[in-house]
Design a protein around this ligand. Structure first.
Ligand SMILES: [Zn+2]
Length: 138
């Protein structure tokens, strides 16, 4: 068990939720980067397949973004995507396509009036919720 709780600044969280909202009715996706357990930056992607069940971003876009994250001396902490109409729980497709188990999976659900986000550690076909804390920003 790690004792560190993932921290997301409120402005980053709100930017992410707005991005996901702007992608509706399709899934939105992107990266959350930072240092250790602290998220510092949000990197939205354009979902290249217009789908409400899947997302896809080509490798060239991903590697260009990873370069920018590296230049800031940050690491990718979580991959974010949205569930336009289902609960924020990883689908079997999400689990099968999660590229790196050192990276968390954050899902924002728009099933309910208030968007709901959950973060997970992924290990093969299993997942465990990884609670996070939204740090107020002024
Ligand atoms: Zn999903």
């Amino acid at each position: 068990m790690n004792q560190h709780q993932l921290m997301i600044p409120a402005d980053v969280y709100e930017t992410m939720v707005r991005h996901g909202d702007s992608c509706l009715p399709f899934e939105g996706c992107g990266l959350l980067a930072g240092i250790d357990y602290e998220i510092l930056s949000f990197w939205p992607f354009e979902n290249e397949i217009k789908s409400d069940r899947r997302f896809f971003v080509n490798k060239r876009v991903v590697s260009a973004t990873l370069d920018q994250i590296n230049q800031r001396n940050e690491n990718v902490i979580a991959i974010y995507h949205t569930h336009p109409s289902t609960a924020p729980v990883p689908s079997s497709f999400d689990l099968a396509s999660h590229a790196d188990q050192n990276i968390k999976m954050l899902i924002v659900s728009y099933k309910f009036t208030t968007p709901k986000a959950k973060c997970y550690d992924i290990a093969g076909k299993s997942y465990r919720e990884c609670p996070f804390f939204i740090k107020p920003t002024s």
